[in-house]
Design a protein around this ligand. Structure first.
Ligand code: ATP
Length: 347
């Protein structure tokens, strides 16, 4: 089911939580709503679901205006951060719940329910736990059961509010991939809320970046990363070095091979992987030193400064593959030259 949000605004007293939000989500997309705490992500999700009413604007599902429609009639499934499974029911009964409470005319027979619940439990790869109670499951298993339960009533839209927020990092990582695969299989239009940009990049086909109740940018993960449309998105997604022409950073840029004649703004944002680093011999009067580095798995992050090893001036971050770093044979305090391969300019 496609989703269209037209001019949605929501105030809490004097506070504007959502400010004229327009958003179109085609059927079958897997969309991340990404933004800092308090930017309005959950409020927007609740408005789509019908749990909250917008002060202004319309919500359309498959072209049909559902703004005044009750949550129950919207065909939406939810999963929240704190897996709200019924503690006194087994896994099987939790997943069957939505089917058993359907009005008599729409309710499947117990045999059909049994078949469907086992199929869903197989889909989330947890059928072997069907007799257990929620307290006997791990956090990641509970979240997968919560998803199976949301899917039982065949929702046309799935809304997930920080579904993996309460889990530890490695379980989160597994579940991200698992969600992506599950979505490939089912193709249900899905929106998930996250404040974790890595999670959004890894899982979503489209990312919507929200800030202060407004959409800053919508695009695929690579569009958002490679072509941020403004200063906020550039800083929020991935790491970036920010050079201010109005401060003294022009010197940095010039020494890294940039011509400032064609500057297209007053700040240049440079991703660490867009800075090439070359070792200089001690006799060269290079103003840039390698201060330190960190291993980030397959890549190395270099900390570079202009004021020797112990100075507290601006640090520039560059990244390169592990192998390349080894070949450079760099040591702390070595002189280097920089070359900026690409910058985004903003005002
Ligand atoms: N019922 C309410 N009454 C008053 N203010 C509210 C209410 N619900 C939300 N807000 C405010 O609206 C803003 C947006 O809240 P929302 O929960 O949508 O943010 P969020 O982006 O989901 O944040 P987080 O990532 O921290 O969950 C916040 O500043 C919040 O304090």
């Amino acid at each position: 089911m496609s989703i269209l949000l037209s001019n949605i605004s929501k105030n809490f007293g004097q506070f504007s939580a959502l400010d004229h939000v327009n958003l179109e989500i085609p059927e079958g997309e897997l969309v991340a709503l990404l933004g800092p705490s308090g930017c309005g992500k959950t409020t927007l999700l609740r408005i789509i679901a019908g749990l909250e009413r917008a002060d202004e604007g319309r919500v359309l599902l498959n072209g049909e205006d559902v703004t005044d429609e009750h949550v129950r009639n919207r065909g939406i499934g939810f999963v929240f951060q704190h897996y709200a499974l019924f503690r006194h029911m087994t896994v099987f009964d939790n997943v069957a719940f939505g089917l058993r409470v359907k009005p008599r005319k729409l309710r499947p027979s117990e045999d059909q329910i049994k078949e469907k619940v086992h199929a869903l439990l197989n889909l989330v790869q947890l059928d072997w736990l069907n007799h257990r109670f929620p307290d006997q499951l791990s956090g990641g298993q509970r979240q997968r059961i919560a998803l199976a339960r949301a899917l039982a009533v065949e929702p046309s839209v799935l809304l997930l509010d920080e579904p993996f927020g309460a889990l530890d990092a490695s379980v989160r990582k597994d579940l991200r991939l698992w969600l992506r695969h599950l979505h490939h299989e089912l193709n249900v239009t899905t929106i998930f809320v996250t404040h974790d940009q890595e999670e959004a990049m890894e899982v979503a086909s489209q990312i919507v970046v929200l800030n202060h109740g407004k959409i800053e940018q919508k695009g695929s993960p690579s569009e958002i990363y490679d072509h941020p449309s403004n200063d906020f998105v550039s800083r929020f997604i991935g790491q970036t070095n920010v050079f201010h022409l109005e401060k003294d950073d022009g010197v940095w840029l010039k020494s890294a091979g940039m011509s400032l004649d064609d500057a297209r703004g007053i700040t240049a944002h440079v991703r660490p992987h867009n800075i090439a680093v070359v070792k200089q011999s001690d006799s060269v009067s290079s103003p840039v030193f390698l201060k330190d580095w960190q291993h980030l798995g397959a890549t190395i992050r270099l900390e570079l400064g202009r004021d020797g090893l112990n100075g507290s001036g601006k640090i520039i971050y560059a990244e390169m593959p592990n192998e390349q770093f080894k070949q450079l044979e760099l040591a702390k305090g070595d002189k280097v030259a920089l070359f900026i391969k690409h910058a985004h300019w903003f005002n």
